[in-house]
Design a protein around this ligand. Sequence first.
Ligand SMILES: Cc1cc2nc3c(=O)[nH]c(=O)nc-3n(C[C@H](O)[C@H](O)[C@H](O)COP(=O)(O)OP(=O)(O)OC[C@H]3O[C@@H](n4cnc5c(N)ncnc54)[C@H](O)[C@@H]3O)c2cc1C
Length: 808
Amino acid sequence: MKSHAKVVVIGGGVVGCSVLFHLARHGWTDVVLLERDELTSGSTWHAAGGMHTINGDPNVAKLQKYTINLYKEIEELSGQATGVHLTGGVLLAATEARLDWLRGVVAKGRYLGIELEEISPSEAAELMPLLDPKQFVGAVRNKEDGHLDPSGVTHAYAKAARKLGAEVERFTKVEDIVRRADGMWRVITNKGEVVAEHVVNAGGLWAREVGRMVGLELPVLAMEHMYLITEDMPEVAAWNQKTGTEIIHAVDFDGELYLRQERGGMLMGTYEKANKPWSEFQTPWNFGHELLAPDIDRIAPSLEVGFRHFPAFQNTGIKQIINGPFTFAPDGNPLVGPVRGLPGFWVACGVMAGFSQGGGVGLALSNWMIEGDPGADIWAMDVARYGDWATMAYTNAKVRENYSRRFSIRFPNEELPAGRPLKTTPVYDLLSAKGAQWGVAYGLEVPLWYAPVGVKDEFSWRRSSDFTQVAREVATVRDGVGLSEISSFAKYKVTGEGAAAWLDRMLACKLPKPGRMTLAPMLKEDGKLIGDFTLANLGSEGWFLAGSGIAEQYHMRWFEKHLPGDGSVRIEALGAKLTGLSIAGPKARDMLAKATRADVSNAAVPFMAIGRMDIGMAPCLVGRVSYTGDLGYEMWVAPEYQRAAFQALMATGEEFGIGLFGSRALNALRLEKNYGSWAREYRPIYGPLEAGLDRFVAYSKDADFIGKAAALAERKQGGKLRLRAFILDADDADVIGDEPIWFDGAVRGWVTSGGYAHHSKKSVAVGYVPKEIADESDGFEIELLGKRHAARMQAAPLFDANFERMRA
Ligand SMILES: Cc1cc2nc3c(=O)[nH]c(=O)nc-3n(C[C@H](O)[C@H](O)[C@H](O)COP(=O)(O)OP(=O)(O)OC[C@H]3O[C@@H](n4cnc5c(N)ncnc54)[C@H](O)[C@@H]3O)c2cc1C
């Protein structure tokens, strides 16, 4: 075994081998994979080998498509058969709600280049002869589904990597990982030590244990999973003989089952409700090529549905039941990327669909390591979407929920209950008493809307039980004054003698003067957006940044990577150490004037001013800015004062008719101002010009901010896309995001978010279209629940286009 390597990959499952292959293909050949046993000695060997292109997140779907297309290449490169059977498949709906969901999937496929086609149940039965069409209301055909040989694929990655110069050491168990003073990693094995610049944890079933070697508690948990294989079935033989083809894949969402042909019989797997975690605290090191005891009682309810939906199963025997463990992150997506605080330590784990996603994970990780950027939008897989709050107990609750809902519909207004409430702010019970309906962001409970007694969310694709109440909350803001809790923003304090110069390099905006704020886009080297913040200059106190709450860990990883080594700049994520409240609406200033002794006149506190003042008795930092696009103020307050500040505002607001509003009303308000939001409109694949944030980029400032050259090039060349707002002729549903935008009879763009703008009484969709058509006002259509709706471009904000209210 070599003593030094550029990269050590720990784990020879499908994911580790894919990472190794991608690093070598990208030109890094001084790389070695360490596997404690034979390759495939984790969850990989007993997988059912199914592969699919569809995924809830379009960017992950793209990487799944990449993975499936890769198999031919690695087979050719390695000479190792992968056993790929591209049979195609049907996705089945037994309810109308499911069919609505499937139509959304078909629609997304149009701009992802995934060919999906809605078909009737009887057409589905012509393709998949074992199903009973009477049990279904509709189906979708996917030509890119199939299955493969898990061991063949893993060995093909490994062999291809070896041919390119990478090394694989089997029977080499990593027992410890130690960081040296010079930043290199000592990877200590039962056969000696390798010193490496980078270490990748692709430990699969043991990813937690490998993480613990460097003090990390990764949010992953293994679950038992069963599939059965039947005896040979005459129906299968007859079909094979008649058509000369295999029986295609089927996913029966309502039965929570997947099926495919396995030799002369069938394979049926379930995601049962009564699921069972495996090795909750510690994965035994002596586990290898074993299976777990089958427990047919646990999957019996699913099988009953399966046998009804696919009646031929009733007449066949079960040859074998496979029960094996594999790992999940709390939301079911992989954990990929560099780990904050551990330079050179990477993860590629929690991959629950290794044969659909393994290639994409390897590609993203190798790009990231070698080029400094994953080369795709992989937010949905980024390990930084979790923070310390994703504890082992939280992960356990969430993974079990996710497993049991693997094939369940999640409606756009549906909040999932497991692992909650976890983080709450001091006003949680006060807001609950007012009817707050809670959602969650980065582990923190956030009020979505306020329900009258006896009303709650009815889950639906269409406008629902919250519609009239959210309209009322919006009216409270636009006609008077509303109060919302804004603690879920990420808040950062930046101090030190080097802070100003550092911020000038990190952020693309011009730095504000003391007592002032500005909008601050942050770019990567390639000129794409990596953040959008409000930056405040607090004078001698330093700097204050507010940004997307869900991206706190993501941004801290970026900030810390770029901190100077001399200690001249300090940045702290304040998290729940600072809570927030906001008031907005035409009466906001009059109300604030009564809640504080400070002068809050327009002259004293103009738009984008910030300063300290007491609200009632509570000391606050108050900035004159509001995401509602109205006259408004954001108040930042230490948690021990939040209740006092809230009560003072509510008491003072009474005479102004103050009302509470939640994030759904805020969405309705920001939409009519054409304000974008992080992870929706603003993502690391769009440039500031494309995203309409170029007016906040100080292209000519002296500082050589990160991404400056690329941003200047984008401005010169015009980029490719434009973010636009559209008004939709909607029926009883509004867009939620990821719907296709049609122009002139072809799909040309995609929706990033939208909803009903209650004040303007318009259904709004925001999304990206190619710049060539970005100034057309008509001719657009947006596909929603299987129907194309006429859409008109809305260039100027629907509300307060001249900023009179906001700046008044
Ligand atoms: C019953 C079942 C059916 C499935 N069906 C499908 C399917 O149809 N389609 C699909 O895409 N996925 C399926 N999966 C999931 C799939 O198996 C996983 O997504 C995949 O195996 C994950 O691969 P991995 O490389 O991340 O982890 P693993 O396969 O667990 O590999 C990790 C490797 O790391 C090694 N290792 C760990 N720690 C160390 C150490 N300290 N030193 C050295 N080596 C170490 C282990 O020995 C192991 O070989 C199924 C899983 C099960 C259990």
